[in-house]
Design a protein around this ligand. Structure first.
Ligand SMILES: [Zn+2]
Ligand SMILES: [Zn+2]
Length: 297
């Protein structure tokens, strides 16, 4: 059964790769009006009958390709990463930044790219509106009655969430402040010599067990960190504990940062932190992992 699933993933990925290539050819075919010479009514008819491509995606590729004139790296990314991922950043592209953007398209996931694009355009959402269906309204109003007083809907929902959080046993108390960077920054190796020393220390063979530092982060260290992503303006819960000093380079657990998945990708792609040597390895690892999972079209 597992093999069937793996085979399905592999073929799905292959099909996506072919779709990207087909889409990348369409703008030229459209400009040269090849579809006309071949007897098709229009480019949509051509794309649908020959390759089963829907009109939505055809419109999208024609529009985006037009926008990306003189931007060879992003154009190439349509072929390798797909039109949807390129489409997320197309609005931000200039001749100067297109190369860096193409790199982000290659190495970041779709949700992280969306978050990045929002941040650059200053469109980070700080509040949410959620629509309730009939059954949810009923449950909400019932709880509201129980909570009594003259609470507004918003206050009532806040109370419900607070109660739920306390019940779930997660840190329900006041939010812990993010890491105190100042004090910890002093602990960081400052000079190249010190860095080398720290690295050697960590790389020593594991003869003396207490000296060996593994990637495992002890639970007492984790507890000290906030359960709120530490990226400015983000309201998602922590999903990943990130090593500001890349662990594979520095082998310590000193400058840990709680982050959501998207902002963790920011950190490793030169957006919220400068690119480290270890980030290239991180990217390689991610690309390898992608080979074994669904790819996004
Ligand atoms: Zn990290
Ligand atoms: Zn975040």
């Amino acid at each position: 059964m597992k093999n069937l699933h793996k085979e399905f993933i592999r073929l799905g990925r292959e099909r996506n790769q072919i779709t990207y290539k087909l889409l990348a050819l369409l703008p030229k075919i459209n400009n040269l009006k090849i579809y006309e010479q071949e007897g098709y009514a229009n480019i949509y008819d051509y794309a649908a009958k020959i390759a089963g491509l829907g009109s939505g995606v055809v419109t999208k590729v024609l529009k985006i390709k037009e926008k990306l004139q003189d931007m060879p790296h992003l154009q190439k990314a349509i072929e390798t990463q797909g039109i949807n991922k390129v489409g997320i950043v197309a609005g931000l592209a200039t001749k100067e930044n297109e190369r860096a953007l193409a790199e982000k398209v290659e190495h970041m996931s779709k949700p992280a790219l969306q978050e990045y694009s929002k941040e650059v355009r200053g469109k980070i959402t700080t509040s949410w509106q959620v629509e309730l269906d009939g059954q949810m309204m009923f449950m909400f109003l019932k709880l509201k009655k129980k909570l009594g007083k003259n609470l507004s809907n918003k206050e009532c929902l806040r109370k419900i969430l607070e109660k739920m959080q306390k019940k779930s046993g997660s840190q329900g108390g006041p939010r812990r402040p993010p890491l105190r960077r100042g004090r910890q920054a002093q602990k960081r190796p400052q000079t190249a010599d010190e860095k080398l020393k720290a690295q050697r220390q960590a790389e020593k063979p594991a003869k003396i067990p207490e000296e060996k530092i593994t990637r495992y982060i002890h639970v007492h260290l984790k507890r000290k960190l906030s359960d709120h992503c530490s990226h400015p303006g983000c309201h998602r819960p922590t999903e990943i504990i990130h090593h500001t000093d890349r662990f594979s380079q520095y082998h310590n657990h000193e400058n840990l940062k709680p982050l959501c998945k998207q902002h963790h990708e920011f950190a490793h792609n030169g957006i919220s932190e400068p690119i480290h040597l270890a980030d290239h390895k991180y990217r390689e690892y991610r690309q390898k992992a992608l080979q074994h999972s669904y790819s996004e079209i």
